[in-house]
Design a binder for this molecule. Structure first.
Ligand SMILES: [Zn+2]
Length: 161
């Protein structure tokens, strides 16, 4: 495994639609392992492939709970409900934090590294993290959704995606 370099805003790749993954091979597994190592190295709760300069629909999320690491390949949001507002950060925006409103519940269909399709449901912070990463795969950055920017000192807990 290897820690990859994080793409910092502004960068064209962060605002582009990513391509669908069609090949579920060893290279994809290696990429996912590298993404995991990179996310841990930079203390993030999620990472999307464009953040390491790869324009593909691949994201991982790990908020350090019982769900473990979720690998989301070609994820599609099937359903959302409710609303939550809370602080968000992003590894591609060092030192930038802001309040973002997102659905409180999400149901997603995605594929795993073997190409098998699965569905997951998530609520609260996990839903926020998943939706943040899926946005990345469509070139949508959290800064386009920030209601109010926050100082790092205002945050009790730093969760970067
Ligand atoms: Zn992000």
């Amino acid at each position: 495994m290897a820690v990859r370099k994080i793409v910092i805003f502004p960068a064209e790749i962060l605002e582009q639609e990513c391509e669908t993954v069609t090949l579920f091979d060893k290279k994809l597994s290696k990429l996912l392992d590298d993404m995991y190592e990179t996310m841990i190295e930079f203390d993030g709760v999620g990472l999307a492939a464009p953040q390491i300069n790869i324009k593909k629909q691949i994201a991982i999320v790990d908020i350090d709970d019982e769900h473990g690491t979720m690998e989301l390949i070609n994820p599609v949001v099937l359903e959302t409900s409710g609303e939550q507002t809370g602080p968000e950060g992003c590894l591609s925006f060092p030192g930038v934090y802001g309040e973002v409103t997102r659905p409180n519940y999400v149901k997603v269909r995605a594929q795993n590294r073997k190409g098998q399709t699965f569905e997951i449901e998530a609520e609260e912070f996990l839903a926020r993290a998943i939706l943040h990463e899926i946005d990345h795969l469509h070139g949508v950055l959290f800064t386009t959704k920030v209601l109010k920017y926050m100082e790092e000192a205002d945050l009790e807990e730093l969760n970067q995606e």
